[in-house]
Design a protein around this ligand. Structure first.
Ligand SMILES: O=C([O-])[C@@H](O)[C@@H](O)[C@H](O)[C@@H](O)C(=O)[O-]
Ligand SMILES: [Mg+2]
Length: 429
């Protein structure tokens, strides 16, 4: 059992905040807006407190977002590490001064109506990590207690090129045909033990993607399958695909753009529709519920304002009878730890969570804690997030950021540099 420290040892105030942008290698994964660049950019947030403890957070590192993170980092010293409502005030004030609180966009796919939630999230995670370290308790305890010891994740398949142009073939090779995607799934299922499998669609004609899902269903009977074309299909196509795949999918994710479009599809299928595109902030819940547009919401603490606001989202989903799953963008181990604590402490998060983890070959977190077994990760039991930052790896990945030349996620621009004239495929088919 972890032991509590006496109250007079608790850290009181934030003394210093360091935001470090890093870049880690990523394969050429295809999606509706283009292709992943050679590197993923992330920002590692370190919040130092006056007792010498350090809390960790992780988020996107596009330049505009970094500027906002820096504005908060400058304003946070002196803040009470237990005052999470106060953190939000600091963020609102800092963004008001630096940016006017405008929205944000990541990679042309995720539009955020207010930057406050996205900017606050990594600082909230870092403060919770600090609180847990001070109290000798895991973050899941601070969120109400873990209701499961392990958190299930799903395999995340992508159509992909064999390698980044000019760099030869990568470890995964080409992912274009149904057979190649079955082989990709076989490797993930064998190495990680996943029992849920998600296919990122919106890349090829729907007929080709249906064949891929059918091949996966034949090869992995009993696995929970999902496809997510990120709104690449019209309402009519979505209804057709839902009809074809009704017996093999557990849910269909964002087949068509917008709450209205999703509602039209939902009227014509029994298949639950999931989203991380048309419901991405609290203000979208009311119209989505009123239109019965979605049956499953994919939460994401990076976008919903942190772990406690994601728990609030869980409560709202429960109230309205909505299912709850978890979205992922390419991420490092700090985020995987945060996602795992959140999922562990959210009783109605019953679907396997998305993760890009298998595509990652570099990290800033020391190995050993966040290992996959039977498709799931054990909830860390150490204080805070329960993970340890590898300072050398952080420095190396920061150096990679400095030299890689990327300063934002640009899937479409990168695709156009290789396939001139490429158009993002939203509602194209
Ligand atoms: O990594 C990707 O290309 C994904 O398409 C990601 O950007 C999406 O945000 C995400 O995984 C999703 O479920 O829509
Ligand atoms: Mg999605």
């Amino acid at each position: 059992m972890p032991t509590s420290r006496p109250p007079h040892d608790l850290p009181g105030r934030v003394s210093r905040v360091v935001v470090t942008p890093v870049a880690f290698r990523d394969p050429p994964l295809l999606n509706v807006v283009g292709v992943h660049q050679p590197y993923v950019l992330r920002a590692v947030v370190q919040v130092h407190a006056d007792e010498g403890l350090v809390g960790l957070g992780e988020t996107y590192a596009d330049q505009a977002h970094l500027d906002r993170l820096e504005a908060v980092a400058a304003a946070l010293p002196g803040a009470d590490v237990f005052d999470l409502n106060g953190l939000r005030r600091v963020v609102v004030e800092a963004l008001g001064a630096s940016t006017g609180g405008a929205g944000a966009s990541f990679g042309g796919m995720l539009e955020v109506s207010s930057a406050v939630d996205t900017v606050a999230a990594p600082f909230e995670v870092a403060l919770l990590d600090l609180q847990g370290k001070a109290l000798g308790r895991p973050v899941s305890d601070l969120l109400g207690g873990a209701v499961r010891e392990r958190v299930p994740y799903s395999a995340y398949l992508f159509y992909k090129w064999a390698g980044h142009p000019g760099h030869g073939e990568d470890d995964w090779g080409e992912g274009r045909t149904p057979e190649q995607l079955v082989a990709q799934a076989r490797r993930m299922v064998t190495e990680y033990g996943f029992t849920a499998v998600k296919l990122k669609g919106g890349v090829h004609e729907p007929r080709h993607e249906i064949e891929t899902v059918e091949a996966l269903a034949a090869e992995f009977p009993g696995h929970a399958l999902r496809i997510d074309p990120n709104g690449a299909w019209t309402v009519g196509t979505s209804i057709e695909v839902a009809g074809r795949l009704a017996d093999v999918l557990e849910y269909l994710e964002d087949p068509t753009p917008g709450i209205e479009g999703m509602a039209l599809v939902a009227e014509r299928t029994e298949l639950p529709l999931a989203t991380n595109m048309c419901v991405i902030a609290f203000e979208h819940l009311r119209p989505a519920v009123a239109a019965d547009a979605v049956q499953v919401v994919l939460s994401d603490h990076h976008l919903w304002g942190g772990l406690r606001r994601s728990a609030l989202l869980g409560g709202i989903c429960e109230t309205f009878g909505l299912g709850l799953s978890m979205h992922s963008n390419s991420h490092l181990g700090i985020s995987l730890a945060a996602m795992t604590h959140l999922a562990a402490a959210t009783p109605n998060l019953t679907y396997a969570c998305d993760t890009h983890d298998p595509w990652k070959t570099e990290d800033v977190v020391r190995p050993g804690v966040l290992e996959f077994r039977d498709g799931s990760v054990a909830v860390p039991t150490g204080p805070g997030l329960g993970i340890e930052l590898d300072e050398d790896a952080l420095a190396a990945l920061h150096e990679q950021y400095v030299t890689c030349g990327q300063r934002g996620r640009e899937d479409t621009a990168y695709m156009r540099s290789i396939v001139p004239g490429f158009t993002p495929n939203t509602a194209r088919w």
